[in-house]
Design a protein around this ligand. Structure first.
Ligand SMILES: [Cu+2]
Length: 277
């Protein structure tokens, strides 16, 4: 019986391992979509494992995927602070869980940077009711306030679909050079590994029997000081409201419920007026 059980477990593991998962493999910046793996560090997994997850919470592979500590010839794209960017996947995300965006400033050239410095978070797509933002692309903006310099721009989707098994981290890092930035050194920050712990409620949660209204996405809080203009116009109203809610600047937070719809309408009016001009 025991042998049969482990055989079943092994078969399940094999099925999970060889089945295609998904990976963030393509970057757009300010409306230009670049070829697959251009400006994104490609993991060193064999082809059949290319879109597999990282699960070891103590591994440096959590930074930029397996082998992602080195640039391995990846080029760096110049972006303006405030620019919109998109990470595209090979296959739409299909494991429930949150998606987050992080950045970490390289001390020098990002092509020489291993991601061992502090990371700050710029956005979370958390649950909405019981549903998750499971998409084939995720779009946000480079914060306007961060200093010029070269950064790793990291996206992470955490697969929580299999309670009891290890949650799965789907990760990619792009190399960006930020220009036209500001003077804010974002806080809070965390190191990777270290930012995600086995005890985090957002990591241990059984998503199928929990009220997700108070779900907290693992990792540091979204950086303070993000302002309205960084909320992409095409996001849904609830996405916009949530992005205000994650900003701990008290004033913005207090005004969020009222300002969300106002900004949403403002965007629409603005789009319309730019269209008729
Ligand atoms: Cu999978």
């Amino acid at each position: 019986m025991k042998a049969l059980l482990s055989l079943t477990a092994l078969a399940a593991l094999a099925a999970e391992t060889v089945s295609a998962h998904y990976i963030f493999q393509q970057l757009s910046v300010a409306g230009t979509r670049y070829p697959v793996w251009k400006y994104i560090r490609r993991n060193s997994n064999p082809a059949w494992l290319q879109n597999g997850p990282v699960t070891d919470l103590s591994s440096t592979d959590l930074r930029c995927n397996v082998g992602g500590q080195v640039s391995n010839g990846t080029e760096t794209v110049t972006v303006r602070a405030g620019d919109q960017f998109t990470f595209h996947l090979d296959t739409a995300v299909y494991h429930q869980g949150p998606t987050s965006l992080y950045m970490s400033r390289a001390p020098g050239k990002v092509e020489d940077y291993d991601g061992s410095g502090p990371w700050f978070k710029i956005y979370d797509w958390g649950p909405s009711g019981n549903s998750w933002a499971m998409r084939d692309s995720y779009t946000y903006n480079i914060p306007r306030c961060i200093p010029d310099g070269e950064y790793l721009l990291r996206i992470q989707q955490l697969g929580l679909h299999n309670p009891g098994a290890e949650p799965q981290f789907y990760i990619s890092c792009a190399q960006v050079k930020v220009t036209n930035g500001g003077t804010t050194n974002p806080t809070p920050t965390a190191n990777i590994p270290g930012a995600f712990r086995k005890t985090d409620p957002g990591y241990t949660v059984n998503i199928y029997n929990t009220n997700l209204a108070n779900y907290v996405v693992p990792g540091p809080r979204v950086m303070t000081g993000l302002v309205e203009r960084e909320v992409p116009a095409h996001l849904t109203l609830s996405d916009q409201a949530r992005s205000y809610m994650t900003d701990k600047a008290g004033l913005v937070r207090a005004a969020s419920k009222f300002m969300g719809p106002v900004v949403f309408i403002w965007h629409r009016v603005f789009k319309f007026t730019s269209w008729i001009n």
